[in-house]
Write a protein that binds this ligand. Structure first.
Ligand SMILES: Nc1ncnc2c1ncn2[C@@H]1O[C@H](COP(=O)(O)OP(=O)(O)OP(=O)(O)O)[C@@H](O)[C@H]1O
Ligand SMILES: Nc1nc2c(ncn2[C@@H]2O[C@H](COP(=O)(O)O)[C@@H](O)[C@H]2O)c(=O)[nH]1
Length: 298
């Protein structure tokens, strides 16, 4: 028979048992926060996919208070942070509010919020210009450098603007599964996104921007559904043509080929999560960067 514990030992045993119980309780709360956040996310996704459902008519505040640990005070603070008014229903949220709410719920569910933004849009809308602005002014955002089989234009630097590779090297990259996506763009050259730098940057918690074409955007959506797809629009069609001709980097035949592709791309704009009009480069860049997740705490 083991000896009965003496009073100080009794205290130590009781304290150890209390600590274990507290740890279990904390783990249970954490699990239920994650589970309820996942459920809330499912409700929100249903509301956004099907606007005439009960889910869509739920108030955002009701959705959030379904998550344990979120009382009215924290919810009020969170609504301010997310820039959502108290009366808003889930189905009535604007695109940016949806992105922010989705990121918040994904994080609370224990997942990774969207840190990858794909910027696409018709030729000469200014994707490269906006991306270059982001590279210079938001150095913490990794701008992916694509591989391409096209030849460098004047001023383009290998490894900075593109990796200019031969057809054989591009074939090798595909065979080695080194590309997250690739496509033949404007029916001429191949372009692809090298996968290892993206994985490394996301793994390190960095924000990543891909500037790619419509086909590539669709492939990324399939591979990484959490990515945010942004479609850059020109103020008008005439301005798009002006920018293409004004850039002066393509001959007339290539310009008309690109404008044909542009019509197809513009017709697909509703597939994208967010549309940004490129009137002013710095403003468009700011709008794109703001879509990339930064932690939100209530
Ligand atoms: N907001 C803007 N206002 C006026 N001109 C702009 C604006 N943004 C870009 N441009 C100009 O439009 C032209 C095309 O821009 P850019 O080369 O960045 O387009 P792109 O979308 O990357 O084209 P592509 O898909 O063909 O590579 C450039 O001459 C650029 O200086
Ligand atoms: N699918 C991909 N498209 C890409 C990639 N990198 C660039 N692009 C797109 O190609 C066109 C043409 O570019 P340009 O530099 O020759 O004018 C443009 O629309 C880019 O967005 C890529 O890795 N994958």
């Amino acid at each position: 028979m083991s000896p009965r514990p003496t009073p100080p030992e009794v205290d130590r045993v009781a304290a150890a048992q209390a600590a274990v119980a507290a740890r279990r309780a904390r783990a249970a709360v954490k699990k239920s926060v994650a589970d309820r956040s996942r459920t809330a996310l499912d409700v929100a996704e249903t509301a956004w996919a099907q606007p005439h459902t009960a889910e869509a008519s739920l108030r955002v505040t009701e959705l959030l208070t379904s998550i344990p640990t979120l009382g009215p005070t924290r919810v009020a603070r969170l609504m301010q942070t997310l820039a959502i008014s108290d009366r808003k229903r889930v189905g009535g949220l604007g695109t940016r509010q949806r992105v922010k709410l989705r990121d918040y719920l994904v994080t609370r569910a224990g997942g990774e919020p969207a840190r990858l933004v794909v910027l696409a849009g018709p030729t000469a809308v200014g994707k490269g210009t906006v991306s270059a602005y982001i590279r210079e002014n938001y150095p913490d955002v990794l701008l992916s450098v694509s591989a391409t089989t096209r030849k460098p234009r004047a001023g383009e630097i290998d490894g900075v603007h593109y990796y200019f590779v031969s057809d054989e090297e591009f074939d090798r990259m595909i065979a080695a599964d080194e590309l997250l996506e690739w496509a033949i763009v404007h029916n001429s050259y191949r372009y692809g996104t090298p996968r290892p730098p993206i994985d490394a940057a996301l793994g390190a918690g960095r924000r990543v921007l891909l500037e790619i074409d419509l086909q590539g955007a669709r492939l990324v959506r399939r591979a990484m559904p959490e990515a945010i797809l942004v479609f850059l629009l020109p103020p008008t069609w005439e301005e798009l043509v002006r920018r293409l001709i004004g850039r002066g980097t393509e001959d007339a035949a290539e310009q008309s080929r690109r404008l044909e592709t542009a019509k197809v791309e513009l017709a697909a704009q509703d597939e994208f999560d967010v549309k940004v009009v490129n009137r002013d480069v710095s403003e468009a860049a700011r709008e794109v960067v703001e879509l990339m997740a930064v932690p939100v705490s209530p």
